[in-house]
Design a protein. Structure first.
Ligand code: GLV
Length: 327
């Protein structure tokens, strides 16, 4: 019997064509929008495997109804939409797509950093509204990044790429905060591991690159923003709930920090009247960190290969919960 694979979005052809070449029975969800939880559950019940992404809620209730799933393959490096503990308890392997989007996401973090430092998005809006005005010798002043201090919250694959960009382009000093020291990354970039409070106090730019977990949810709250420099720029390209949005809004409004660059918000999509969108020193993007041809193709290939590898060899090349497959 052919294995039935539910493919929850229009993923790039590069990976889908690999699945089509195998002996699978594919169900492709061809609408632009994600499935509702009910649609996802209804379809998953009749499939052996799911190729899903961060807009699909794979929680405990879903998994309890889908105990039959043989593999879940996530098209993303983050997997906070999936209850990994519940999947692991049920013995379901969860694949993911690390590293495929590290360059692309670091580019967005780097770009947002410059955009906030120079109020770029706001300037663009003034032109749209016919407010170009005149060359102003004392107006629209941004800050320069040369030799500033970058604080990376979560020095992993993407954080490392951001640190390298900042060191190479601006000779920045790099601090980072991790649960455990990343000595491998320290060999590739001149970075110093510091405590959270020191990171906040000393960084001119704080850039978030960690996973969303119960420990990192809302770690950037008013208390944290108050510990940052009033001239500091906050960048989040990881997951929206890592910062507390109302607290961030207050922090920028009251000048506790200079500004923020966000590729992720909570919720997504952000409401079009969100006050952050109207602030001079805030730049917001609609979660496009991995949105390059190269990254998305590679993510699609890795997500497909995780399924193909599992059915051909019993192994999943990029797996979140390796314990379920034994040694
Ligand atoms: C994107 O946000 C990802 O986790 O890959």
């Amino acid at each position: 019997m052919k294995k039935k694979i539910l493919v929850t979005r229009l993923y790039p052809e590069a990976g889908i064509s690999l699945l089509e070449k195998e002996n699978f029975d594919l169900t492709l969800w061809e609408k632009e929008r994600p499935m509702t939880p009910e649609e996802l559950l209804g379809l998953a019940k009749t499939h052996d495997a799911v190729l899903c992404t961060l807009t699909d809620r794979i929680d405990k209730a879903f998994l309890n109804e889908c105990r039959h799933l043989e593999i879940i393959s996530q098209f993303a490096v983050g997997y906070d939409n999936i209850d990994i503990a519940a999947a692991t308890d049920l013995g379901i392997p969860v694949g993911f797509t690390p590293d495929a989007m590290s360059e692309a996401t670091a580019d967005i973090a780097f770009g947002l950093m410059i955009a906030v430092a120079r109020n770029m998005f706001f300037m663009h809006k003034t032109i749209i509204h016919g407010q170009w005005g005149y060359f102003n010798p004392t107006g629209h002043l941004g800050i320069e990044l040369k030799q500033k201090t970058l604080g990376i919250f979560g020095l992993g694959r993407i954080g490392l790429k951001m640190a390298q960009r900042c060191q190479n382009a601006y000779d920045m000093k790099i601090l980072y905060h991790n649960r455990t020291r990343n000595t491998k990354a320290e060999k590739l970039v001149d970075a110093t591991c510091v405590g959270f409070d020191e990171l906040l106090a000393k960084s001119d730019i704080v850039s978030v690159h960690c996973a969303l977990t119960p420990e990192t949810r809302h770690v950037f709250d008013l208390k944290a923003f108050k510990k940052m420099k009033p001239s500091a720029v906050f960048i989040n390209t990881a997951r929206g709930p890592i910062h507390h949005e109302k607290d961030l809004t207050q922090a920028v409004k009251e000048g506790l920090i200079r500004g923020a660059g966000l590729d992720v918000t909570d919720p997504e999509p952000m409401a079009k009247d969100n006050p952050l969108l109207f602030m001079e020193n805030v730049c917001v993007l609609p979660h496009v960190g991995s949105a390059t041809m190269e990254a998305r193709n590679q993510m699609s290939i890795l997500a497909a290969m995780n399924i193909i590898g599992f059915y051909k060899t019993g192994r999943v090349s990029h797996i979140v919960n390796p314990g379920v497959l034994g040694s």
